[in-house]
Design a binder for this molecule. Structure first.
Ligand code: GLA
Length: 562
């Protein structure tokens, strides 16, 4: 069972009013759906959509790069989403020509010039061409994921043999996305999730939100990124007015009420983060480094080397050996188990006794890891592990503070207490250190809730920048711009290496901060052409927790009901 408040057993809601999902002006939302439907009819020669679904992007408030290590994260769904219309044309019974024709999956976008259409065979076993980076790859991911889930549930044969599936002639998919690409707001997962939900409904299947979250997490890996499950889980399970603590193994989403006097702001750094294209030197490399760190930690605790090589996540090792997963203990252990700086491949294979790394990462069958090992020779393990354990701790603290616990308790822990004793400080007073390279004792005793949350965000950014090395100059500049404008805290959000910053401020000065950041960060970019002033409202905006995935009632006579 997941945490209390989890919604993983529920189904994606079928809504009949746009206001159940959107806060924006209903007329403009309705117009967008009308445009989707007319683009569908034009592209598919008068066919009407059978199902319409939507799934949103997300902003992660805290907990970066720890989902794939098994630790909880704290995102919220945003108002920007992907909407998808789907229809299934069936073969006419008794029509021999149609019976023999190969069924197809035809995919198009409302913005057909930028996102060109593509047609694939209706075959769930086809491979996703990871080298092409075409936008329809994510649609294929969603399509394949549905059949993987059926297989997992031992239903694949019976569904494929069903009268409905056998008669499929053509599956038609029309997409409209509002989540800016490469922005770190998870446009790819919003697309994958919206497509999966729409196809599920059009194929007359029904999965729970938990099943959908897990299947979309796995299916997105066909695109070439070995990502964790945060983006898909919040896109599916997000709710209006609530941030969520997303847990893994098993998946769950626990409500986290945010302080009502605070506003969250998003700013796009204008550095495009191409997650799939740069995965071998950024995202997937970090996944490899964390796994190597987990293996060496298990070895440090005396595990037989062959056993240690089966360890996958840092959490697995910390749960076994670090005082049942106590994060302060884990942070202490990192210093002993892992060397500072980088390890070379040779060092890991020979001196540490891991043998052929390609075998550990099953490179014969996993092209993503194969490329990482081909293109990199050095791996930083200590810094990556320190980031993961300290960030997991910050998520825990952030949630507790949101729930009303006093910040001074948020930093307690056996090692912290012990360390305070060693250096002669009273734990309740804390340790006056702002240095994020120190693992322990960022004191928040006596701090207000707002300042403490902001401080956690600040420490998270510093850790991403210095230990995980997933920031970039533009993100750091934007964080500074928000802070100089009077935000309480700011940090990169999402995978990093470009994309967006999330900042938090007192609600009454939100507009002032936006104006200030526009001046200090964006105006020069508008002038130089790095950013387009027409996109202003998508580059810098206020955000609030929004609804997750939904299926929209569609009636061809009345349209999507408003
Ligand atoms: C991407 C991935 C997520 C997560 C974040 C970093 O968005 O898709 O699973 O790992 O990066 O926190």
């Amino acid at each position: 069972m997941g945490a209390v408040g989890s919604k993983q057993h529920a189904r994606v809601p079928k809504v009949s009013k746009l206001s159940d999902v959107y806060d924006d002006n209903e007329n403009s939302v309705a117009t967008r759906y009308d445009t989707l439907v007319s683009a569908f009819k034009t592209q598919f020669e008068g066919e009407k959509p059978k199902t319409i679904a939507r799934s949103p992007g997300r902003v992660n408030l805290i907990g970066e790069h720890i989902d794939y290590e098994g630790y909880s994260v704290l995102p919220m769904a945003i108002g920007l989403d992907v909407i998808v219309a789907v229809s299934v044309a069936l073969k006419e019974e008794g029509n021999v020509e149609e019976d023999e024709a190969e069924a197809t999956l035809s995919i198009a976008n409302v913005d057909g010039e930028k996102y060109t259409p593509k047609e694939f065979p209706f075959d769930h076993e086809q491979e996703v061409d990871v080298k092409s980076h075409h936008w329809t790859n994510y649609v294929l991911c969603g399509f394949k994921g549905i059949f993987d889930q059926l297989k997992k549930q031992n239903k694949l044969e019976s569904v494929l043999e069903s009268a409905f599936m056998k008669r499929v002639k053509k599956v038609m998919v029309m997409v409209d996305g509002k989540v800016p690409l490469g922005s770190g707001l998870s446009s790819s997962s919003a697309l994958n999730c919206a497509v999966t939900v729409a196809l599920m409904d059009a194929f007359e299947l029904s999965f729970t939100k938990g099943e959908l979250s897990e299947l979309t997490c796995l299916s997105e890996r066909y695109s070439g990124t070995q990502s964790g499950g945060m983006d898909q889980a919040i896109s599916i399970m997000g709710e209006k007015d609530l941030a969520k603590r997303i847990d893994f193994n098993p998946i769950g989403a626990m409500d986290v009420p945010l302080p009502t006097n605070l506003t969250f702001l998003i700013g796009n750094s204008c550095a495009v983060s191409k997650k799939a294209e740069s995965a071998h030197k950024h995202y997937n490399l970090r996944v490899v480094e964390c796994r190597l760190a987990a293996i060496l930690m298990a070895k440090h605790y005396g595990e037989d080397i062959e056993k240690a090589k089966t360890r996958v996540t840092l959490r697995e090792v910390a749960d076994l050996y670090c005082n049942k997963g106590d994060l302060w203990t884990a942070l202490g252990a990192v210093r002993k188990a892992l060397n500072e700086g980088s390890y070379t491949k040779k060092q890991l294979e020979n001196d540490e006794g891991l043998g052929d790394l390609r075998k550990i990462f099953d490179c014969e069958n996993n092209e993503a890891f194969n490329v990482v090992l081909q293109k990199n020779d050095t791996f930083k393990l200590r810094d990556r592990a320190r980031h993961v354990f300290s960030e997991a701790r910050r998520v825990h603290e952030f949630q507790k503070i949101c729930e009303g616990q006093s910040p001074r308790y948020a930093v307690s822990g056996p090692i912290y207490e012990h360390w305070c004793k060693v250096i002669g400080l009273v734990p309740d007073v804390g340790v006056a250190s702002d240095d994020p390279t120190k693992d322990f004792g960022h004191p928040m005793y006596g701090m207000g809730k707002e300042d403490a949350l902001a401080k956690l965000m600040h420490l998270s950014h510093e850790s991403c920048k210095t230990q995980y090395e997933c920031s970039c100059d533009e993100l750091d500049e934007l964080v500074d711009a928000f802070m100089s404008a009077g935000a309480l805290g700011a940090r990169l959000t999402g995978a990093g290496w470009g994309g967006c910053v999330v900042a938090v401020c007192e609600s009454d000065i939100a507009e002032e901060i936006l104006a200030d950041v526009k001046k200090s960060f964006y105006e020069k970019r508008f002038q130089s052409g790095v950013a387009n002033i027409a996109d202003e409202t998508n580059l810098l905006f206020k955000t609030a927790p929004s609804a997750g995935a939904a299926i929209l009632h569609y009636d061809d006579e009345k349209g999507v009901i408003v």
